[in-house]
Design a binder for this molecule. Structure first.
Ligand code: NAP
Length: 258
C-alpha cells in the first residue's frame, strides 16, 4: 500500500534507537523527509547514517527534547512538520513514596508537558496546511497500570486525557492525533525494566526477560519494526478517519473482550 506520504516532512523525537528509530525508519521508507532527535550526538548521527541508506532526506537535531533548548533545536531543523511523533525516554521504575518532588516534576515534564509543547508548536501550521498527523508514543500502562511505574502511569494518562479533547477539535482540518501504546518491545528500555524486576524477584535479568516474553500471548516481545509500521500507517493519508485513539501494540497482553 502506498501510504501517500512522499515528500512529507516528519519530526520524530527521541529516535536514535528503539521505537522512535523504528518510526523514523518506517516513515523514511515511505519517502518522508525525517528529522530525528536524541541527546547523544554520536549515537544520533549513527542512526542518521542508517536512515540515509533508505530515506531521501534525513536531518538530525541533537538535544534533550524535554528541555526548551532541545525543542528549539528540533523545530529549527524541522520547522513545519507534516508529521510529529512525540517520544522521550520513560521515567524510572520505583515506589511512588520514594520519588522526590523533582522526580515527579521531571516525569510530568518529559511525558506530559513536552509532547503538549510540541503539539502546541506545530498544530496551527498543520491546520492551515490541511494535513497533519501526530502520533504520541505512550505506553500500555495507560490502559493497564504497571505498579512499579507510577511516574509513567500518571504522566502518560494525563497526556491521554489532553489528546482525547484536542484531537476532536482539529480532526475537521485533516489533522489527526492518536496514541500508540507499546506493551513489551525488545528495546533497551526492556533491558532496564527486566533489570529492575530482577532486583525484586531475585531472578537474573535474562530469566526475567524470558519469563515475561513467555507470559505474553504472542510468546515473545514485540519487534520495533512492527511498531514503526503501525506508526507509519497512522501517519498515512488512509488513516485520516482514525482520531483520538489509543492503540495497543502488546501481543494481546491486555486481556479484554473489547
Ligand atoms: P529506548 O530503547 O530506551 O530508546 C530511547 C531513545 O530515545 C534513544 O534514542 C534515546 O537516545 C532517546 N531519548 C531518550 N530520552 C531522550 C530525551 N530526553 N531527549 C531526546 N532523546 C531521548 O526506549 P524505547 O523502548 O524505544 O521506548 C520509547 C518510549 O516508549 C519510552 O517512553 C518508553 O518508556 C515507552 N515504552 C516502551 C516500551 C518497550 O517495551 N520498549 C513499553 C512501554 C512504553 P539518547 O539516550 O541518546 O537521548
Amino acid at each position: 500500500m502506498d501510504l501517500g506520504l512522499k515528500q512529507r516532512t516528519a519530526l520524530v523525537c527521541a529516535a536514535s534507537a528503539g521505537l522512535g528509530f523504528a518510526c523514523a525508519e518506517a516513515l523514511a521508507r515511505e519517502g518522508v523527509a525525517v528529522t530525528i532527535t536524541g541527546r547523544d550526538g554520536a549515537r544520533l548521527e549513527a542512526a542518521a547514517v542508517r536512515l540515509r541508506v533508505i530515506g531521501p532526506e534525513i536531518r538530525t537535531a541533537v538535544g534533550d527534547i524535554t528541555t526548551v533548548a532541545g525543542r528549539e533545536a528540533a523545530l529549527t531543523a524541522c520547522p513545519m512538520p507534516d508529521i510529529l511523533v512525540n517520544n522521550a525516554g520513560g521515567p524510572p521504575p520505583g515506589d511512588f513514596r520514594e520519588f522526590t518532588d523533582a522526580q515527579w516534576q521531571a516525569a510530568l515534564n518529559a511525558n506530559l508537558l513536552t509532547p503538549i509543547a510540541l503539539i502546541r508548536a506545530v498544530l496551527d501550521g498543520m491546520i492551515i496546511r490541511k494535513f497533519g498527523r501526530i502520533v504520541n508514543i505512550t505506553s500500555a500502562s495507560v490502559k493497564s497500570p504497571i505498579g512499579m511505574l507510577p511516574l509513567s502511569n500518571t504522566a502518560r494518562t494525563g497526556l491521554t486525557g489532553f489528546v482525547a479533547g484536542v484531537a476532536r477539535d482539529v480532526a475537521r482540518h485533516n489533522v489527526t492525533i492518536n496514541n500508540l501504546l507499546p506493551g513489551p518491545f525488545a528495546t533497551d528500555r526492556q533491558v532496564a525494566i527486566s533489570a529492575a524486576a530482577s532486583k525484586a524477584s531475585g531472578k537474573s535479568p535474562e530469566e526475567e526477560t524470558a519469563a515475561r516474553a513467555a507470559a505474553n500471548p504472542a510468546g515473545r516481545f514485540g519487534r520495533a519494526e512492527e511498531f514503526g509500521a503501525a506508526c507509519a500507517f497512522l501517519c498515512s493519508v488512509q488513516a485520516g478517519f482514525i482520531v483520538g485513539q489509543n492503540i495497543l501494540l502488546d501481543g494481546g497482553a491486555f486481556n479484554s473482550t473489547f
